[in-house]
Design a protein around this ligand. Structure first.
Ligand SMILES: Nc1nc2c(c(=O)[nH]1)N[C@H]1C(S)=C(S)[C@@H](COP(=O)(O)O)O[C@H]1N2
Ligand SMILES: [Mo]
Length: 409
């Protein structure tokens, strides 16, 4: 090898790098295969994440529909599952490509400099997304920022960098996938600008990990992570739930509780005989109902899921009063100018209120539930009444409801 201007230490790095790049586990073909798997996971995760963002930050020009009833359960289950599956995939990809970091000279030309700089937001963004997502569903918050906002904006940065990366690498990846592995390894090392790498010593050393073995191990790791976590939403896999934070069948009345009545500080108010549910705001008649009135009016039954943003979900049988009936009693027609604010007895906290658009408010399965799985609603599930509606994120299923405020645009 002839590298006259490179000091001895760097030359040793170059030799080690070229040797690594000749191994199939570090070549362009392996990188491309892992890249495609990662790209698919990122795409599904990003789109389902956008949908979850839209649920929690509604816009008038794209109202979230109440049907299909289980849509959010499926999209958020996919969001968390693909996020988890991405962890082993990303680690494998980073390990597969890290020898390229030691390229010398580090950049050649302006376009290449930009391409390499884009790796910073791509890698940092991807690591941040996975770390913050996994920590959040584990209910570990080792940070001072508001998780949903940070997770949302870093997602855009990461996906932007990913699009640029795919654009820059498409030709190399396509070629690597079209060629048999060894040629890919060779071409790849040569592409790093070191003519000495063009020698034909491309076969992996005897006993070294081959591409098939490496990708097989990654597939097994991804499978294990998925199978031991999706039980939090896919009922037949419940017994295998090992790493997920929730068994969705454990809790009062067979449903988990995220925030209890004690934590929400509503025990006294919820148990007070003076409790009244009020329908207020842009109404023709004010409506005021006692707990007994609610029980009497609660004739609607529906099987609807609770689907937490953290990935667990479960289906349950609810009985309650359709919000549409309460609006009718208040003389309100839920046309497209109407939104309904659902207010909880809980005085503080981010999830103490939620909003219904006119389509959600008009769906008869959107109701104030008083019974769950055939029993009077448990205090921790929102007694005296809680909102439950089809195709809604768990955070929007407000518990301990005491007021519906009709807002007219
Ligand atoms: N008032 C109030 N309602 C709330 C919450 C809350 O903290 N306060 N948490 C929400 C979240 S995050 C979820 S997932 C569901 C869970 O409902 P459950 O405890 O009945 O399972 O309630 C929602 N309703
Ligand atoms: Mo939740």
């Amino acid at each position: 090898m002839n590298l006259p201007r490179v000091p001895g230490r760097l030359r040793a790095v170059a030799v080690a790098r070229d040797e690594a790049l000749r191994r199939p586990v570090h070549d362009a073909r392996t990188a491309a295969i892992l890249g495609i798997c990662l790209g698919v996971c990122f795409l599904v995760c990003f789109l389902t994440g956008l949908y979850s963002h839209l649920q929690q930050n509604p816009v008038t020009w794209l109202p979230v529909p109440p049907r299909p009833a289980s849509l959010y359960r499926v999209t958020q289950g996919l969001h968390v599952a693909t996020g988890f599956a991405t962890v082993p995939l990303l680690l494998a990809k980073l390990w597969s490509v890290y020898p390229r970091l030691f390229r010398w000279p580090p950049v050649s030309g302006a376009a290449h400099t930009v391409e390499r700089l884009m790796l910073v937001p791509l890698v940092c963004g991807a690591v941040f997304m996975l770390f913050s997502g996994v920590a959040n569903v584990s209910r570990w918050y080792p940070w001072g920022f508001y998780f949903p906002a940070a997770h949302y904006w870093v997602a855009w940065i990461t996906v932007g960098a990913l699009v640029a990366h795919v654009g820059a690498k498409a030709a190399v990846a396509r070629a690597a996938l079209a060629r048999p592995g060894d040629a890919a390894a060779l071409g790849d090392a040569a592409a790093l600008g070191d003519p000495a790498s063009g020698d034909p010593m491309t076969a992996p050393a005897r006993g070294a990990l081959g591409r098939r073995g490496f990708l097989g191990a990654v597939a097994v790791a991804t499978g294990v992570v998925t199978v031991t976590t999706v039980g939090q939403t896919v009922s037949p896999l419940r017994p295998l739930t090992l790493f997920a934070q929730r068994r969705p069948d454990i809790g009062p009345q067979g449903v988990p509780v995220n925030r209890s009545a004690v934590q929400a500080g509503v025990v006294d108010a919820a148990g007070d005989p003076a409790f009244r549910l009020r329908v207020t705001g842009a109404v023709t008649r004010r409506v005021e109902l006692t707990g007994t009135d609610l029980d009497r009016l609660a004739r609607r039954e529906a099987e609807l899921p609770i689907a937490c943003v953290e990935g667990w979900s479960t289906s349950a049988r609810w009985r309650g009063v359709p919000v549409a009936d309460l609006l009718a009693a208040a003389g309100v027609e839920p046309d497209d100018g109407v939104t309904v604010r659902v207010e909880s007895l809980q005085a503080r906290g981010r999830y103490r209120a939620s909003e219904l658009n006119h389509r959600q408010a008009g769906d008869l399965d959107t109701m104030l539930a008083v019974a769950l799985n055939g029993e009077r609603l448990d205090l921790d599930h929102g007694y005296p009444c809680r909102l439950i509606g089809p195709n809604r994120a768990g955070v929007l299923q407000t518990k301990w409801v005491h007021e519906l405020v009709v807002v007219r645009a």
